[in-house]
Design a protein around this ligand. Structure first.
Ligand code: MSP
Length: 519
């Protein structure tokens, strides 16, 4: 199938609907969007999946607290995620919900397949049970060994459950991780997982008897599917895999076009499950493993992870209100080096917004358009220059390869570094204008100003291309001020469009509103 040659299937985790979206989940989603848009821009066939994870005891508990039916509760919160992603201009191709009837049916088909194969068997679940919550708790849920909601130590308990033979796949997965056939990035994360595999994988509980808010097992309806088993399958049900026996290729058929995923993006909190349970499930289903997991850092507030349980969250909509959609996306992507933790706050965002966007990009665009207007009033015309004609020394070296750096960084998922290339080019152009002093040239009727200003505007056109995956609305506004029809520009091939000389020297510039008013 030819699509396989240049396809790019990217996913985010599906987010829990026990709380509203915050900029931590927005971070992964915008990063995935940047990569999806970049791959579309270079002509790849892209499928970008995100969605919500809606089953399980803790979500049922939240619904109960809100005195709502679970379905109604999850409908409301899932809609808030959809709304937040719309507001942030996310270009996902599907939004999967684990309560979608098609997903539920496909999960049942998948689990039945594993049961028939003998990879799921009846066993016993043992854990720490809190009577108050009527839930098993993991060590992570406890504070000083006690359930934080009931201030009581949970009791050891056990119950009948179905187990998944994860141990059977341990060796096979380990080999694939080692060889990078199943790549875990950054390398430090891969090492962490290789260490974890030293003990081998153990079988795990794959069903629960007393959790009603879940997908019933088709062969024993008194059990519901383990939430992670249900959740992981979104990555294949979201691209249309049904697991219906009537399909000629059974599991492979409908997903074949996009599967395996090229990239699962996430943070470190869910790395371990993604590098153990998920690949084991795929091998058991006779499906290939995803090509790569990339693990980015956490957004921290005063050194602590931003999370719904700590309540130290910033809402994406508050950022969009304050900085505009392009501004919010820029600030999220540049907040920290991709792959590392970073402290965020409105103070930091304000500072960066003013420096890079209001005084940087926004000012450069406004200043350049005003200069060209003045120049034209003085009857001076723009003139095409050769690439870099007007830059000297180190500046010349930096700009020569700026597009190369930009692309290389994106391929290596150095997302923030790639954005930096665009920002540095903006700084360089600012410096260039200040040193050339085109306003004096205009006063002196020096025709050379036509070359100086062409150089600036043409570079702005190319900077807008670099910004397109990051801040699509901003890129279009820049083109429009340069007198370019953005609907036509976008359709061009990125590599051809970024060749020097694309801007007509007779372009009709259109001064627009300030892109980023100062805060
Ligand atoms: N539902 C599971 C995932 C199932 S995927 C098959 C889940 N949901 S979650 O809502 O808790 O999302 C966790 C993910 O949200 C993280 O891996 C990360 O992508 C993102 N983030 C949540 N908080 C974050 C920060 N404070 N900083 C950066 N990313 C954050 O786990």
């Amino acid at each position: 199938m030819s699509i396989k040659n240049n396809k790019f299937y990217i996913t985010t985790p599906i987010y829990y609907v026990n709380a509203e979206p915050h900029i931590g989940s927005a971070y992964t989603t915008v990063a995935a969007d940047v990569l999806a848009r970049y791959h579309r821009m270079i002509g790849d066939k892209v499928f970008f999946l995100t969605g919500t994870d809606e089953h399980g005891a803790s979500i049922a508990k939240k619904a109960k607290e809100a005195r709502m039916e679970p379905q109604k509760f999850v409908d409301e919160i899932s809609a808030k995620f959809k709304f937040a992603w719309d507001e942030l201009n996310i270009s996902n191709d599907n939004f999967i919900r684990t309560t979608d009837p098609k997903h539920k049916k496909a999960v049942q088909n998948a689990l039945q397949y594993l049961y028939d194969k003998g990879d799921i068997y009846l066993g016993k679940y043992e854990g720490l049970y809190c009577r108050g919550c009527e839930q098993y708790k993991s060590e992570k849920d406890l504070v000083n060994g006690k359930c934080p909601d009931h201030n009581k130590k949970p009791e050891k308990a056990s119950e009948e459950c179905y187990m998944f033979k994860m141990s059977k796949y341990s060796e096979k997965i380990l080999k694939k991780i080692k060889s990078d056939e199943f790549k875990i990035m950054p390398a430090s994360r891969k090492n962490e997982i290789l260490n974890f595999y030293k003990g081998g994988l153990k079988d795990i509980a794959f069903s629960r008897k007393n959790v009603k808010w879940g997908i019933p097992l088709p062969w024993d309806k008194s059990h519901t599917a383990y939430v992670w088993a249900d959740a992981f399958l979104n990555y294949i049900t979201g691209i249309g895999l049904s697991g219906d026996k009537k399909d000629k290729l059974y599991f492979k058929n409908s997903a074949e076009k996009w599967w395996p995923a090229d990239l699962h993006l996430m943070s470190k909190d869910i790395l371990r499950v993604h590098s153990t349970i998920w690949p084991a499930m795929l091998l058991a289903l006779d499906l290939p493993l995803p090509k790569q997991l990339f693990i980015h850092g956490f957004f921290l507030i005063d050194g602590k992870k931003m999370s719904k349980s700590l309540g130290n969250i910033i809402a994406p909509s508050d950022m969009v209100k304050k900085y505009g959609v392009g501004g919010a996306r820029y600030l999220l992507m540049s907040a920290t080096s991709f792959g590392h933790d970073g402290d965020v706050s409105f103070e930091k965002f304000d500072e960066k917004y003013n420096a890079d966007l209001a005084n940087g990009l926004g000012n450069l665009v406004a200043r350049s358009i005003t200069l060209v207007e003045k120049m034209q009033k003085a009857n001076l015309k723009m003139k095409v220059t050769k690439f870099e004609d007007l830059l000297i020394g180190k500046q010349r070296k930096d700009t020569k390869s700026y597009l190369k750096y930009y692309k290389e960084n994106l391929v290596k998922l150095k997302i923030s570094q790639s954005l930096n290339v665009a920002i540095n080019t903006i700084k360089l152009m600012d410096g260039h204008i200040s040193s050339e002093k085109p306003w004096e040239m205009i006063k002196n009727k020096d025709e050379k100003v036509g070359e100086v200003m062409y150089n600036v505007l043409e570079r702005l056109r190319i900077i807008a291309w670099m910004l397109l995956p990051f801040m699509p609305d901003t890129a279009e506004k820049i083109w429009s001020q340069l007198g370019i029809n953005s609907a036509k520009e976008i359709k061009k091939d990125f590599n051809k469009a970024t060749k020097w000389g694309g801007l007509s020297p007779n372009t009709k510039i259109k001064k627009g509103e300030s892109l980023f008013p100062r805060i």
